[in-house]
Design a binder for this molecule. Structure first.
Ligand code: FAD
Length: 391
């Protein structure tokens, strides 16, 4: 492990910091207004593209920055430090579909889609999960049969983030029902305006509509949209999922460290339990604040170690699942602590100023231990691949 930065990396940091300080947008769209968020995110993506910062981890030949792993780490740290917009509606295009096309797409697919994603012209969504296929993704049932030059798709997906504002979907369908379940799946690019698609938004605990159910009724998708080969979709999908735990995750960690500092500042302002003037004067709350601050630092050290290892070996380490699991549960501990510090005013919800914002964060944070593999599945991976425990 070597966690010192070279002079060239420090120069890269200075360049990134200067650009971000001058260009990060100071206003944000209303969280509930998905159309406004879409427009805002695409405009920000375009701005980064024009300045040469888009697709930081993408190869240069596909329009990306082609940054080294250490440079990516620095970029995402600076990105969070500058308070730059969280990547939400553009996430699937930039971190799943784009890298998957780079790895598995043909020249035509790369030439058409990659520039549109990088320039901030399209939103992608992910059609993997189904009502009976989440953790056990390979049991998916959405069927596709070949008819001439088309795949004809019938079935249902669920939890499709931003399905209601996306142009394209990375869609997994079953093309060979007779084959063993991992072998009969195909990964296909689905244009969301194809006739036969119905998108129904789902309302979450916070009142948002970021998730959707998507129904397919004889939807005709050109065979030319298949990525990889027919029935080879599991391999392609695994390539997609391995990108999810890439370096982009580092900016979330830096953001979390900032939130802990904000919480400590808040605890010095609000009254504490048992008539104390400040929440910070309560021994138990102070102990929990100190603990989460130490835990955020420990996680940063683990991530540095993992990134440094990957930079030297070229391989992402198996500890990515440990970091991911620790992060997701730590987010929830921090949000719970915020609820305990704030007490009843937190119940004011989204409309309730700073206290309400913590409540929204608490509610959305519940999804941290579900999306991208539940905490139980992460523990299975750690037990199996890291600890070598018997199945
Ligand atoms: C914020 C968020 C965004 C999402 N976005 C998308 C998206 O854009 N596209 C998409 O396709 N999906 C998306 N999902 C869905 C997500 O991938 C699934 O929710 C996840 O894979 C879990 O599947 P499930 O909900 O069907 O739960 P299930 O798999 O039914 O699990 C139910 C419970 O059983 C446990 N369990 C299941 N199997 C095992 C096992 N083998 N060992 C131990 N415990 C087990 C789970 O841990 C869980 O507690 C999103 C989810 C979230 C929370």
């Amino acid at each position: 492990m070597d966690i010192r930065f070279s002079p060239a990396e420090e120069a890269f940091r200075a360049e990134a910091r200067a650009w971000l300080e001058a260009n990060v947008p100071r206003t944000r769209p209303d969280r509930a207004d998905l159309r406004a968020r879409r427009a805002f995110d695409l405009a920000w993506q375009r701005k980064m593209f024009d300045a040469g910062w888009a697709g930081i981890a993408w190869p240069k030949e596909f329009g990306g920055r082609g940054a080294s792993v250490m440079e990516q780490l620095i970029w995402f740290e600076e990105y969070a430090r500058a308070g730059a917009p969280e990547i939400t509606t553009t996430f699937v295009g930039l971190n799943h579909a784009g890298p998957t096309l780079v790895a598995c797409g043909n020249e035509e697919q790369k030439g058409f889609h990659l520039p549109r994603i990088l320039r901030g012209e399209v939103i992608w969504c992910q059609g993997f999960s189904e009502p009976n296929a989440g953790s056990d993704l390979a049991s998916l049932q959405t069927r596709a049969v070949i008819d001439g030059d088309f795949l004809v798709v019938t079935g249902q997906k669920i939890w499709t983030s931003y399905g209601n504002i996306a142009e394209f979907q990375e869609l997994l369908v079953r093309t060979d029902p007779e084959a063993p379940k991992h072998k009969g799946i195909t990964w296909v690019i689905c244009p969301m305006d194809t006739p036969g698609i119905e998108v129904r938004p789902i309302t979450t605990l916070t009142g948002d509509h970021d998730f959707c159910e998507v129904f397919y009724d004889n939807v005709r998708i050109p065979l030319a949209n298949v990525v990889g080969k027919l029935n080879d979709g599991w391999r392609v999908a695994m390539a997609t999922l391995s990108f999810e735990r890439g370096t982009a995750f580092l900016s979330e960690q830096v953001r979390l460290a900032r939130r802990v500092d904000e919480l400590i500042a808040l605890a010095a302002q609000v009254p504490g339990p048992n008539g104390r003037a400040r929440a910070l004067d309560d021994d138990e709350l102070a102990r929990r604040l100190a603990l989460v601050r130490a835990e955020v630092e420990a996680m940063r050290a683990m991530s540095y170690r993992s990134v440094s290892l990957a930079a030297r070996t070229g391989m992402p380490g198996a500890e990515a699942s440990i970091i991911r699991l620790f992060f997701s549960e730590l987010v929830q501990r921090i949000d719970m602590l915020a609820m305990d510090i704030l007490g009843a005013p937190a119940l004011a919800g989204a409309g309730g100023g700073p206290a309400g914002r913590w409540a929204v964060s608490y509610l959305t944070g519940l999804s941290q231990t579900i999306g991208g593999g539940t905490k139980e599945i992460q523990r299975n991976i750690i037990g199996d691949r890291f600890l070598g425990l018997p199945r």
